[in-house]
Every structure is written in C-alpha cells, then in structure tokens.
Design a protein around this ligand. Structure first.
Ligand code: G3P
Length: 274
C-alpha cells in the first residue's frame, strides 16, 4: 500500500518524507488554511504561490501532490484546474488536480452535475485528476468511468455520518468498527454501506471487477486501526494525517523494550561505539 501524507504543512511533509514512507501528498483548502495559519503564527510570511512552489519542491518528483479547485461550476473548476496545472506542474512535474465528484449545483432551477464533465475534459487535456469527496461506491464508479486517475472516498466522514444518524457523540479520532454498529438488531448503514472502511472495500471490489486503471486513495483517515483495516482490504493508497502516521509507529511494549535494552547495556558493549 502506498502512503500519502494528508497535509499542507511543509514541516510535517519534510519530516515524514525523511522517514522514507511517503509516496505522495494530498491537500485541500482546509489543510492549506491550517498550514498557512501555523506558519503565520511563527511570523513567517510568504505569498500563496511561493508556499505552493516550496511544497511541490519538498514533495519532489515522483510524489503526487493533490491541489484542489474551489469552484463548483464547470467553467470555474475547469479554469482553476488549468490555472493550477499551468502555474505549478513545471516545478516538480507532480501536480494532480482534486475535483469534487458531483457538486450538484442548482442554477435557475436546473441541477448541474459538473464534476464528472470536468473530469472528462481534464482527462482529454492530459491533466490528471484525483476525484474527491467520494461518499458512495456509485460516485467512485462514475468518476472512474469519466477518467479520474484516483478516487478519494472519505472513510472517516462516512463513519461520522453513520454515528450522527443515531445522535452518537464522539471524538474525531475515535475508532468506528469496520463491520458497523448494531442498533436495534440492525447494522447501521448508509444505503448498505456500514462503515468508511466498508465503503473503500466496496469501491475496491467494483474497480477490480471491471479492471479499471483508477486507483483508490482512502481519505479522511482518523486513526491507526483504520489504516490497518484499509491495508487489509487492499486499498491502493491511504492518505494519512501526520498525527496518525506517528501513532502507527507507537506501541507501549516497544517503548518498554527500548528502555530495558538501554538499562541492560554493559560498559564493554558500549565501548564498541566509542
Ligand atoms: O483527504 C481528505 C481529508 O483531509 C478530510 O479529512 O478528517 O477532515 O474528514 P477529515
């Protein structure tokens, strides 16, 4: 499984890359807001162009960086995708454009389904797309057919959605069972999907059934146990916040073992390293 870091924070991205485990980076407007606030609070100033250029250089060639459009209509999304690609792809040749699957915008009584249209047009222009905000297997199927290189199901937000249906209170990082929650003898579900990991598994099955080249980036990942389950269902890529990547390394018995080995080290053995 490939690991992307779900962050726009250059310090975090640099650190995670130095661990040798990062294959790509995903950003969105909320992550950019958080990262820019983090640096501004330290008195570091820059233009948005400078920041993105640096981020793309830090990620480096061969590691995709997802940059998201902000519009909802076909014209806006297409124009923004072309602007982002033209401005930034020449820096490290690693820009991929995030397009929401289906904003379903209503204008003058007509509903537009512009996400798919934009994906198709960008495919024709050889601009790679990561189709984002995927909340159902059908959306993923359609995005793959329209030509998305990647589809990003938001696992954690599906778990949130299911919990909110029954008014459950929870913390963002709380684990939600892959097999779902049984309430009144029925598994809580969203059109048959019982958890975020279940959604990813369903999309994986569908894309495999028809040999799509489209790969899945499991997004909105909230905890280390969820990462393990995503790996078990064979997702191609998981994009993971740095806090969760750090949790993946931790185990109390590993820590205890390190302390004990340090305590037991005899001076003769220590001598070797002098
Ligand atoms: O990659 C999408 C991700 O950043 C959204 O995560 O935790 O806000 O649902 P979250």
């Amino acid at each position: 499984m490939k690991i992307f870091i779900d962050s726009a924070n250059i310090d975090e991205i640099k650190e995670a890359i130095s661990w040798g485990i990062v294959d790509g980076v995903t950003t969105n407007p909320s992550l950019i807001k958080k990262a820019v606030e983090y640096f501004k609070n330290q008195g570091i100033s820059f233009t948005m162009e400078e920041y993105i250029e640096k981020l793309l250089k830090v990620a480096g060639k061969g590691r995709w960086v997802s940059l998201e459009v902000i519009g909802n209509t076909e014209d806006d999304m297409l124009g923004e995708a072309e602007t982002l690609f033209a401005k930034f792809n020449n820096i490290s040749n690693n820009v991929i454009i995030k397009i929401p699957v289906n904003p379903e915008i209503e204008e003058n009584g007509t509903k537009h389904f512009d996400g798919l249209k934009v994906i198709k047009k960008l495919k024709e222009k050889n601009i790679p797309v990561n189709c984002t905000l995927i909340m159902s297997s059908n959306q993923a199927l359609l995005a793959a057919k329209a030509g998305a290189k990647y589809v990003s199901p938001f696992a954690g937000r599906i778990d949130d959605f299911l919990r909110k249906k029954i008014g459950m209170t929870f913390e963002k990082e709380d684990y939600y069972p892959e097999e779902g929650l049984v309430i009144d003898e029925k598994v809580l579900n969203d059109d048959g999907i019982v958890s975020g990991v279940d959604l990813v598994a369903s999309i994986k099955e569908i894309l495999d059934n028809f040999n799509f080249d489209t790969e899945i980036i499991a997004a909105s990942v909230r905890n280390a146990r969820q990462v393990r389950e995503l790996a078990e269902v064979g997702v191609h890529i998981a994009t993971i916040p740095f806090s969760v990547i750090k949790d993946m390394v931790k185990h109390p018995k590993t820590f205890e073992g390190m302390i004990n080995f340090m305590k037991d080290t005899i001076p003769e053995y220590r001598e070797i390293f002098k």
